[in-house]
Design a protein around this ligand. Structure first.
Ligand SMILES: [Zn+2]
Length: 438
């Protein structure tokens, strides 16, 4: 029985990425998980694949096509599947807030990114990935970006429950909502993750990895119907800054925890800094740092170029007040995985190949309180337009640009992130920039 229990735990840990343990009550559960980490986690196949991917993604780009992929924005369509009790009103503004947050984090426009310690600044990476709420469902009907299923069910689990009980929210037949084609959409289920048996909630969220990440069983790969991210409803409704979804998207795009996930558990101090996430520019850490912003922590002394723990990294467990940054190589790996392992997911606007060095325009200030200066150097043409989209994909402003130096009033826009494009009269996008409206 104990063996079976251990096997189940092994399976659980090997397939899903555990995030936060939400209450102190649950620390006991966290302890009991320690036996769940296992050697399979670090199979040679896995390490080889992962390190190869890191190496590949770190190579300097040689040819034009690679440069396009390296430099271009990826655009990922997102659909939320909300599974809520009817009595609890759903505040749709939360979706806007969450979309703004993930877009800021993946564009390195999050306001708190300025808090990154100066020693890490040269390592900070901009993923250049945009997330846009879908405006059509798979059949072409209009969609506001989410589905709703009214349900009083809670979809959590006890840690000794088999893996299939973690997936009930992803199937209509078990009280949840079926995924939209996971190859083409990032599906995010939001539901009550409390266990119906004990009422405890163990996770704030979990994610499936990209296809072929060899740590995971093939039946859970990216094109299976469980592919995507699950968030606890209370994580989702959090009114303050939440970095949980950003962390989970990191996993969804191939990132591991900064600790390299020691095989005993995430919090084990006995691993003696052996394990690493294989990413070259994240400092080695002894274990995941849990809810601390103590910048004096330097849990592993590196023989060369020693750095303290990067508590600011989205793939640590330090919490919303600390987690504010990816590194350049984490960014490279996510883009590599997106490009090679989730090839149908992201749209790449080839027309929008931006050559900022050739197309000389300044758009400032950023953030802006209400007006934007658009200053063209020598590339102005009178067929240019300014098009602004918000981060759930709605066009909020379109205006012809009449002068090489123009002032655009954006006071009417609510606070948040916007994508600004300069287009020509063929609607080709010549230049794109993200700005934050204060
Ligand atoms: Zn995680």
């Amino acid at each position: 029985m104990i063996y079976l229990f251990k096997r189940i735990l092994k399976k659980l840990i090997s397939i899903f990425t555990l995030l936060f343990f939400i209450t102190t009550n649950n620390l006991k559960a966290q302890d009991s998980l320690q036996c769940g980490f296992n050697r399979d986690f670090f199979s040679p196949a896995y390490i080889n694949w992962y390190q190869q991917a890191v190496l590949e993604s770190s190579k300097p780009v040689q040819n034009k096509r690679s440069k396009v992929f390296r430099d271009t924005e990826f655009i990922i369509p997102v659909v939320f599947h909300l599974i809520y009790p009817q009595s609890n009103g759903i505040d749709n503004s939360i979706i806007g807030k969450i979309m703004n947050e993930i877009n800021a984090d993946f564009m390195r426009l999050n306001a708190d990114s300025i808090k990154l310690r100066s020693k890490f600044k040269s390592r900070a990476g901009n993923a250049r990935i945009r997330f846009v709420l879908v405006n059509q469902d798979p059949t072409g009907l209009p969609s506001n970006g989410y589905t709703i299923r009214f349900s009083f069910n809670s979809f959590g689990f006890e840690l000794n429950q088999p893996i299939n009980t973690w997936q009930t929210m992803k199937f209509k037949s078990s009280g949840g909502t079926d995924a939209w084609n996971p190859k083409k959409y990032l599906n995010i289920w939001v539901c009550n993750l409390a266990s119906p048996t004990s009422g405890k909630t163990y996770l704030a969220g979990f994610a499936t990895p990209p296809k072929y990440a060899p740590r995971w069983d093939p039946k859970y790969y990216a094109d299976s119907l469980i592919d995507g991210i699950v968030l606890n409803r209370y994580t989702f409704s959090n009114s303050s800054r939440s970095s949980v979804l950003t962390h989970e998207i990191g996993h969804y795009l191939g990132l591991r925890h900064v600790s390299g996930d020691p095989p005993t558990n995430f919090f084990d101090s006995s691993s003696k800094c052996i394990y690493d996430d294989s990413i070259f520019d994240t400092p080695r850490v002894l274990h995941q740092n849990v809810f601390t912003c103590d910048t004096t922590i330097n849990s592993c002394i590196e023989p060369v170029n020693d750095f303290p723990d990067m508590l600011e990294n989205f793939m640590d467990y330090t919490g919303d007040n600390c987690r504010i940054s990816f590194t350049k190589q984490q960014v490279n790996l996510m883009r590599y995985c997106l490009n090679t392992l989730r090839p149908q997911l992201a749209n790449i606007e080839i027309k929008s190949i931006v050559k900022p060095d050739l197309f000389l325009v300044d758009i400032y200030p950023n953030p802006s309180k209400g007006s934007l200066n658009i200053d063209f150097k020598d590339s102005f043409s009178n067929n240019f337009s300014l098009v602004i989209h918000d981060y759930i994909g709605r066009k909020v402003l379109e205006s012809r640009i009449l002068e090489p130096k123009s002032l655009v009033n954006i006071e009417c826009l609510s606070s948040g992130l916007y994508s600004i494009a300069i287009t020509n009269d063929k609607s080709e996008i010549l230049y794109r920039k993200s700005i934050f409206k204060d």
